[in-house]
Design a binder for this molecule. Structure first.
Ligand code: RB5
Length: 145
């Protein structure tokens, strides 16, 4: 099955979201863009919610999102039951978020990363699979209703 990736951001993450879209499309990955679409100031939850809903509806396999610190857009995504958004600022954390947490959304802090770090984190996230086993039991306990 071909991987489908949804992407989202606020104004602070707009430049990296645009670069990432281009980067993924050049790798022949299908990308759906949930905004925002300019540098104009916007509210990050609006875009986190659109992206999260698309994953829960199986329209995308994974999501990647940015805001300035990563926190706001990550908190918003994690309000959706079934979304496991991981705030990652290096590739080790990204790797662990897939191996141990089965993260389905990668969140990055656009104002605190260089582009080469973004690429490294994304590559690691997309090439790492969930380990299962004892981690499956823990992941199954994340939902609280
Ligand atoms: C926008 O200025 C900023 O607050 C936002 O990008 C993010 O860092 C929020 O968590």
């Amino acid at each position: 099955m071909k991987i489908k990736i949804g992407i989202a951001c606020d104004h602070a993450g707009f430049k990296y979201k645009e670069k990432l879209k281009n980067y993924l499309e050049n790798k022949n990955i299908k990308v759906s863009d949930y905004g925002c679409f300019s540098l104009e100031s916007v509210d990050y939850p609006d875009f986190a919610h659109k992206l999260s809903k698309s994953i829960l509806k199986n329209e995308n396999s994974l999501g990647i999102q940015f805001c300035g610190t990563g926190n706001g857009i990550n908190m918003s995504a994690n309000k959706h039951q079934g979304i496991r958004a991981a705030l990652c600022w290096n590739s080790h954390i990204a790797e662990q978020s897939r191996l141990h947490n089965n993260a389905n959304v990668l969140t990055m802090p656009a104002r605190h990363l260089e582009w080469n770090e973004v690429v490294e984190i994304v590559e690691t996230f997309l090439s790492t699979d969930f380990e299962g086993g004892r981690h499956e039991r823990r992941v199954n306990k994340i939902s609280c209703n």
